[in-house]
Design a protein around this ligand. Structure first.
Ligand SMILES: Cc1ncc(COP(=O)(O)O)c(C=O)c1O
Length: 1016
């Protein structure tokens, strides 16, 4: 090392510390000079051909001059002006040595996520660098070596090295496909290309998802080849183990095309070339394994390539179509001609079911309006058979194209392991509901492409695909599903079907997969990659591509496109209207807000039917859209819904049920409409009983949005722009034994935190307010999902009562079984409050608040005026509240909260052990917090925001809390199941990997201003 340090200093005049970097044959050193400048010192292997190094230096200089903004290294001249110097190493062997300026960033291989945006940027860099390299000439560019993709057929002579017959046949097939396009490839102009944009030759800079390409390095494998080889090689790495390989590749190609135009012919070559490059890679590795049989790494490293090549879900025909679309070309060669041809005859096609459909109504099966099926994860066959009733009095009606639906509920429609994984929801055809037996007439002449009986429940039953052609010979296809399978006896592939002939008929539910009789009618511009599945629905996140392949078939029905198409409500339009109609402090969650149109248990669905795991909402305590609550509400609204000025048994039934859950002294209920209102009332009760006005409450608490509730909610009154503290409120430090004044290693912390009440009471008394009471969220939630040390609350209550105050437990967040082991939070503390406040979950979404107190306190309040709340205690509310409590008991939800909470907290604790930014995991049952910390121990607000938004990207809704918003809040409906817990844990782990060793940029503390702090 010292030798090369001296050499660097002597020849380049650079005094620097060296650190050796990985390198197979050459020595690479990172050199850090005292002034902060960083260089790469490259000592080539002994005997290295100088021409190869000259070629790289020439290329880097060429790019530097042609495109100075590109992230490629600049060679640094030695003191004598040369950029390549021969220097003897310590053994006296002559070595070629050169120096570059070092580029910032980490290897693409070590950075996650490989987002489509990052891949697009990579495509742009590659496109731009190829543009810059066009015109660069060097004799060494033309050479015979195994990584020249145009000469890749060398593998054909080595295939015996692949012992597995199936794999060998696969590689053979790839080589055959390559041979078919070889002439086309060789006809393309050649130019200098980088030729090896693999994961280790790309540098990425940036953190927490804001990443950019900061380096394209190692030009050692350059050669002269058609530029499309560059893309195919980069693509061969980008797709490996990518969750959406086709989309990743399309992003790369789109980026490249934006910087360096590709022709359609070039785009068509990408897929066969990409596969050939992977074939070269696996054959090369197999050959290497022969040389180093004991090195398992050689074979293991090929796992991703084999996985990709053997993945039958990636359909080559569709990949090419996708890449064409990514570059703005028609999705298939004939796509524009086919559409024009079909359009030109709109109005003159034979009627599909023999009659004019212009007046037939549309029926909705959309996620926004339909409740088929109730459970969006299970479509009962009985429901499928009843779909005809969606438009009750019409013998014939349409189901729409582009309509997101939840009726496709089985795992086959999901592309991941979880219920909230990506799901195909959007209908690619038009449905025509008509009686079974209705004859279908061919709108166009054609021949049978395929005919089948797919007899599984909820499949197509009888299905026919017809092949048609435009006058120019462009093939396209129409699909007819849910037919009487008798068609299989009459038709076979290749049979002609005359335009206007009655060629099949609608099946009964017994014949058509179990559905109400209807035809699924779909148009497809290609068969390549479609068979054998012929997907009839698509993932909403991929819908633009699928609609290019399967356009709206309205023209073939002689209808305008608008007649058969559905347009989901635009989230953007609603978002804009919201800004117009509401105040800006009505906030949305997540950088990319979610529009929610359906819910079921602990899942939500947006307007495109995308599922989300709801791990945040505590209001739907027993789950979204609970059928029992729907039934009770409908039933009661059909009878009467009135107020507490009249007697009704539902009022006492609700009170009885509630009081059965509470300790003895708590005997009297007040029904109101919200947690805020309940806390207001609790204050009045405390004041009526004590005759005093002062309130002690922990810092960062939240008790509601009304005037009095805000006064006792430091989270609001102390927020920026908040109204500030009221004279009658004394704050005490929240009993947070992770970050607070007394920590978990202090056995007396409960008492010490409780003692903070004493000066607060004294202050209120000194100010003449006296003590009306103490109010606290039993486990502070917005304060950061905090579980106070056991014994805290009883000690506080003793002090408060001794001073004449009452003890109010705000159990809005913690009550009703969420904690698993305890029905209420105060039970865990071994304390009995004088007033309990309930809200949110008790109505499961219906607005209910409840205050429960002792007979004595209620009596003192009753000395005052009449208490009346118009809607509080309405018949409907009482029925719903009681039903919620019954459901918690009857569905064993408290027990579920305990079991699922234990699974979650166990998994979170393991995560805590593996990631340094997870500072604390705390909670109980399904009331959990994960505190994120920076390397210096401070609150990691940015990491928390990143995790929350990335979890949302992965379809998991969680929140964040705490004074510095650095605590992830996990608080799902109590119905959550083990697979959902696992989804949370596995996804969180993946996203924490993305965070890496992020540390926020140092900021000025504003007490000690210094130059360059950037903020003062
Ligand atoms: C602990 C606590 N108390 C009271 C409230 C206020 O309830 P509401 O929004 O129903 O008025 C909330 C609401 O978030 C809460 O979390």
């Amino acid at each position: 090392m010292q030798h090369w340090m001296n050499a660097l200093n002597r020849h380049w005049g650079i005094a620097a510390e060296l650190r050796q970097l990985a390198g197979e044959y050459d020595l690479n050193f990172l050199a850090e000079a005292a002034n902060g400048a960083r260089y790469l010192l490259k000592v080539m292997r002994a005997g290295c051909d100088p021409a190869l190094v000259q070629m790289q230096i020439g290329a880097l200089d060429h790019i530097g001059a042609a495109a100075p903004g590109l992230p490629v290294a600049k060679p640094v001249a030695a003191l004598d002006g040369s950029k390549l110097v021969e220097i003897a190493d310590a053994e006296g062997l002559a070595r070629l040595v050169w120096v570059q300026e070092a580029l910032p960033g980490a290897c693409y291989a070590d950075v996650t996520p490989h987002s489509e945006d990052l891949i697009l940027r990579l495509g742009r860099v590659l496109g731009a660098s190829d543009r810059a390299l066009d015109g660069f000439a060097h004799p060494a560019l033309t050479r015979d070596f195994k990584w020249d993709l145009t000469a890749a057929r060398w593998i054909e002579g080595e295939l015996d090295v692949i012992h597995d017959d199936t794999r060998r046949a696969l590689i053979n097939g790839i080589a055959d496909d390559f041979a078919r396009v070889e002439d086309q490839l060789n006809a393309l102009p050649r130019q200098a290309i980088h030729n090896d944009a693999n994961d280790y030759n790309i540098l990425v800079e940036g953190e927490l998802g804001r990443t950019a390409i900061s380096g394209l390095i190692d030009f050692g494998d350059m050669c002269a080849a058609p530029k499309v080889c560059e893309l195919a090689i980069a693509g061969a790495y980008v797709v490996l183990d990518h969750p959406r390989p086709e989309r990743a590749l399309a992003a790369l190609v789109r980026g490249y095309h934006a910087a360096n135009r590709l022709s359609v012919d070039e785009v068509e070559l990408i897929w066969p070339l990409l596969r050939m490059r992977l074939a070269v890679s696996v054959v090369n590795s197999a050959l290497m394994a022969l040389q180093v049989p004991d090195d398992p790494y050689v074979t293991i490293s090929q796992g991703p390539a084999w996985r990709f090549l053997e993945n039958t879900a990636v359909k080559g025909g569709l990949v090419s179509a996708r890449l064409r679309a990514a570059c703005g070309f028609p999705v298939t060669e004939g796509a524009d001609r086919i559409r024009d041809h079909i359009d030109a005859h709109r109005g003159s096609y034979p009627a599909l079911i023999g009659e004019d459909l212009a007046q037939a109504p549309m029926g909705s099966l959309s996620v926004e309006t339909s409740t088929y099926p109730r459970d969006p994860f299970h479509m009962p066959v009985e429901d499928a058979a009843r779909l005809g009733a969606v438009v009750p009095d019409a013998p014939i009606w349409f189901g729409s194209y582009n309509e997101p639906r939840l009726i496709y509920a089985g795992p086959a429609f999901r592309s991941g392991p979880w219920r909230a994984s990506d799901r195909r929801t959007v209908h690619l055809g038009v449905d025509i509901f008509a009686p079974a037996g209705t004859l279908l007439y061919a709108p166009l002449s054609g021949r049978v492409e395929a005919v089948e009986n797919r007899s599984d429940p909820l499949d197509y039953g009888g299905v026919v695909i017809l092949h048609h052609e435009t006058p120019q010979g462009d093939a396209f296809y129409t699909l007819y599903g849910h037919l009487d399978p008798e068609i299989c006896d009459r038709l076979k592939p290749g049979d002609p079907v005359a335009q206007g002939s009655a060629f099949c008929r609608l099946g009964t539910p017994e014949q058509n997969g179990g559905w109400a009789p209807h035809a699924h009618f779909q148009l497809a511009l290609t068969a390549d990659g479609m068979a054998p599945d012929w997907p009839g629905v698509a993932d909403p996140d991929d819908i633009t591509f699928w609609q290019a392949i399967c356009p709206n078939p309205a023209a073939l029905l002689n209808l305008p496109d608008e007649k058969t198409a559905h347009f989901p409500t635009s989230k953007e339009a609603v978002w804009q209207d919201r800004q117009a109609h509401f105040a800006p402090n009505l906030r949305l969650s997540y950088d990319d807000p979610v529009m929610v149109v359906r819910g079921w248990r602990h899942h939500l669905f947006d307007e495109w039917g995308r599922p989300y795991l709801d791990a945040y909402n505590n209001v739907p305590h027993v789950g979204h859209a609970h059928p029992r609550l729907q039934a009770v509400a409908a039933e009661q609204l059909g009878r009467v819904n009135t107020n507490t000025r009249y007697l009704h048994p539902a009022q006492t039934a609700f009170a009885d049920k509630l009081l059965s859950k509470l300790p003895d002294p708590l005997q009297v209920c007040f029904f109101v409409n919200s947690g805020s209102e309940a806390n207001e009332l609790a204050l009045r009760l405390a004041r009526a009983y004590s005759g005093a006005t002062g309130i002690v409450t922990p810092d960062h608490g939240y008790h509601g949005n009304t005037t009095g509730a805000i006064d006792i909610s430091a989270y609001k009154f102390n927020a920026p722009g908040g109204i500030g503290p009221s004279d009658w409120v004394e704050l005490i430090e929240v009993a947070d034994d992770f970050r607070g004044r007394f920590r978990r290693d202090d056995p007396y912390r409960a008492r010490k935190f409780a003692d903070l009440v004493d000066p607060a009471i004294a202050a209120l008394q000194a100010k003449g307010h006296g003590l009306a009471g103490f109010i606290a969220e039993t486990f502070p939630s917005v304060g950061g999902q905090i579980i106070p040390p056991v014994g805290y609350l009883p000690a506080v209550y003793d002090k408060v009562r001794a001073a004449g105050g009452v003890c109010i437990a705000d159990e809005v967040q913690t009550g009703l079984g969420r904690l698993g082991e305890y029905y209420f939070g105060f039970e865990q503390q071994g304390a009995v409050p004088d007033i309990v406040v309930l809200g949110k979950p008790i109505g499961n979404g219906h607005p209910i608040g409840v205050v429960i107190t002792t007979r004595t306190i209620a009596d003192s309040f009753a000395q005052g005026p009449e208490f009346f709340s118009t809607f509080g205690g309405s018949t409907l509310s009482c029925r719903i509240g009681k039903e919620v409590l019954d459901i918690v008991d009857e569905e064993g939800l408290q027990d579920n909260a305990q079991r699922m909470g234990a699974r979650l907290i166990d998994g979170l604790r393991q995560i805590e052990g593996d990631f340094v930014c997870v500072g604390d995991v705390r909670g109980m049952g399904l009331f959990l917090g994960v505190e994120l910390v920076n390397p210096n121990g401070s609150e990691a607000t940015e990491i928390c925001a990143y995790l929350k938004n990335r979890m949302r990207d992965h379809r998991i809704l969680i929140g964040s809390e705490g004074p510095k918003d650095n605590i992830l809040k996990i608080r799902p409906p109590l119905t959550i199941e083990a697979e959902d817990i696992d989804m949370i844990l596995i996804t969180l782990r993946d996203i924490l990997e993305e965070v890496g060793d992020y540390a926020p940029p140092a900021t000025c503390d504003h007490t000690h201003h210094h130059s360059g702090c950037g903020c003062c």
